[in-house]
Design a protein around this ligand. Sequence first.
Ligand code: AMP
Ligand code: MG
Length: 524
Amino acid sequence: MVTTLAKFHQLLTKSLTADLEYQNYTRQVANASYSFCDPIKPSQPQSISYVKEVAGLLGIGAKDELSKEWQAILSGSKVANGTKPFAMRYGGHQFGNWAGQLGDGRAINLGNIVHDGQSLELQLKGAGPTPYSRAGDGFAVLRSSIREYLCSEAMHHLGIATTRALSLITTGDWVTRDMFYDGHPEQEPGAVVCRVAPSFIRFGNFQIHAAYQELDLLKQLADFTIKNYFPNLIEKSIDKQTYIAWFDTVCHLTADMIVHWQRVGFVHGVMNTDNMSLHGLTIDYGPYGFLDNFDPDWTPNTTDAQGKRYRYANQPYIAHWNLLKLAEAIYPLIEDAKPLEAILNQFPDDYQSQWHTMMANKLGFDRVLPSDQKLFTDLEKLLTSVETDMTIFYRELAKFDGQLNSVSTLLKDAYYQTEPLTNEYQQARNQWFLAYIQRLKQNSISTSEKVRLMNRTNPKYVLRNYLTQVAIDKAHQNDYSEIDKLLEIMRQPYAEQPEYQDYYQKRPEWARHKAGCSMLSCSS
Ligand code: AMP
Ligand code: MG
């Protein structure tokens, strides 16, 4: 049992400006960065799963189960001594349009814990309404909580910056959801996930202060953020140059994150500015998904099915657009557009150069050559021309022995179609592989180094949407075993793990059009 009760600190609430209204009702909040509000006590909380490693990061022990006291805190049943829970106020651009005040509508922050010199904030998602709940109820359903819980950890172990997950607890209460907004609401089991991150500050936290001309609060939030999370940017004191350097850093962190998303085929689904972490962390796992067949136009989000704004191929452009919105928000601190523009103008080139390096790693090249760009784009065309599983293609490619006649056998499990591949496709594939063989000859690393490079760049296991859906379907039958199993497999996505070979398979046909596997909405 994990018994140690670590001490909470109120880093953020002590430094930022609180809403003076203490009653918890939905409202527009002015002149504040957050509002105090307590979680709702669940009627019958049941601890389903927790991540020992994250508990370890917090110094709250890493044994077999959480202590009763921690379970009570993480389910929202009990407010820990010394904490004063709060919800953050933020705004955001949703699908390209300014949406005004959004805020933590179903997330309640408990404060932060400092352990081993690292400060981490704990946040309960789905623990009841806050002043920012707008038309929502503040709760979360089990299916979306499982998705958030599993993917936070899967992304971390894929080597991608993300918020982490500590615990998954069912509440024993029912939550009504109309999953596809089509007039069919149903009762679903409720759950609370505790997420953990250095902070949950988003682009939208700055945007709300800028939108309402709360410039003193904008400066307070920016200075707080820089002092606590980017202290190395401060020379003597925080001045215009510091803000510029800080914006530049956020651009780099964001670019890094997106390159990694593209590497593993992760599609966030709702890249609104309120879902963009200031730390470049993947945040807010809603209707996300991993590409099964490589389709640059794919988005898992049915709410975005028309415009496909947040499709896979668009993610870098959206990140850039979101950074522009952040620049606009922090402009009053700098009052000089030129340096911000210069940084934004640099973003596409920096991103592209990082993308090239990432693609080179995927193909096993030790460096990027000027001629590689064509190889990369031709490959993406090839992968798109016939439904090809992205994960299997790249993972199998590491086994390529340099012989053209071995390609068919090598890739046989990567194709979704059962009928034979057309001659035209096979010719295009041969052409690409001939160019690849030539290119490999210019590599200055050994074959075994090349294989190692590819196998640490191309995961064998990703959290395919249908795998999570299987875990959800079982959980709805009170069998939670698949959740821990997936956690375990996804802890080592680059390792062979032959005992889990079944999880290295393309999406089964039954999952092609099944809700939760290929289609998800924001309803969670
Ligand atoms: P998301 O699309 O999940 O990023 O959410 C957008 C906004 O809606 C955020 O302000 C959320 O806090 C809020 N929201 C989403 N679901 C709920 C809910 N069930 N209750 C209250 N607010 C919600
Ligand atoms: Mg959100």
